[in-house]
Design a protein. Structure first.
Length: 168
């Protein structure tokens, strides 16, 4: 069975734990409680195929605390990681600038490819940021934007704006 270790990183109060809980179908947390160090969530996806064989894969989703006091732990967190999801809160202006530091530390310095990194702009429901697309710093390459509401009941729908405005 294949195994993938994915890191969720970003500033404090960016929504990393909300995303981790959503993707692993874990319970929601109503009150903000900062992640101390790291929280590891494991789940299995039996539907992945490799070379026409249904091998499946195990995933480790590492929900990393965003407080700079954990910076000394970052090298250990990064070891053997397959990908990085950088999450920031669009309602906190300093977060957008901080994403460059997270990208430098967790992607560039680890020699990961850009295809192994996902930048995610998150906001709390009802914050007024529902329709806004943040202006990325010049260091970020322009990529496809994906909108996902994790506050709606199933089925969960991904909306990928492209030429035919298709919804996935």
């Amino acid at each position: 069975m294949l195994k993938a270790k994915i890191l969720f990183v970003g500033p404090c109060e960016s929504g990393k734990t909300v995303w981790a809980n959503f993707l692993t179908k874990s319970s929601d947390i109503a009150k903000y409680n900062p992640t101390q160090g790291v929280r590891i969530l494991e789940f299995e996806n039996p539907y992945v195929t490799s070379n026409n064989k249904g091998t499946g894969y195990d995933s480790e989703l590492w929900d990393c605390g965003g407080d700079p006091k954990f910076e000394s732990c970052w090298p250990a967190l990064m070891q053997n990681s397959y990908g990085v999801v950088i999450i920031f809160n669009v309602d906190i202006p300093s977060h957008l600038k901080e994403t460059e530091m997270w990208y430098s530390c967790f992607v560039q310095q680890q020699f990961l490819q850009d295809t192994q990194c996902l930048l995610t702009a998150h906001h709390k429901q009802g914050s007024g940021s529902d329709k806004a697309n943040p202006a990325l710093a010049s260091g970020w390459k322009t990529g496809r934007r994906c909108q996902l509401s994790i506050n709606q009941p199933s089925p969960r729908r991904f909306r990928i704006p492209n030429e035919d405005n298709q919804t996935w």
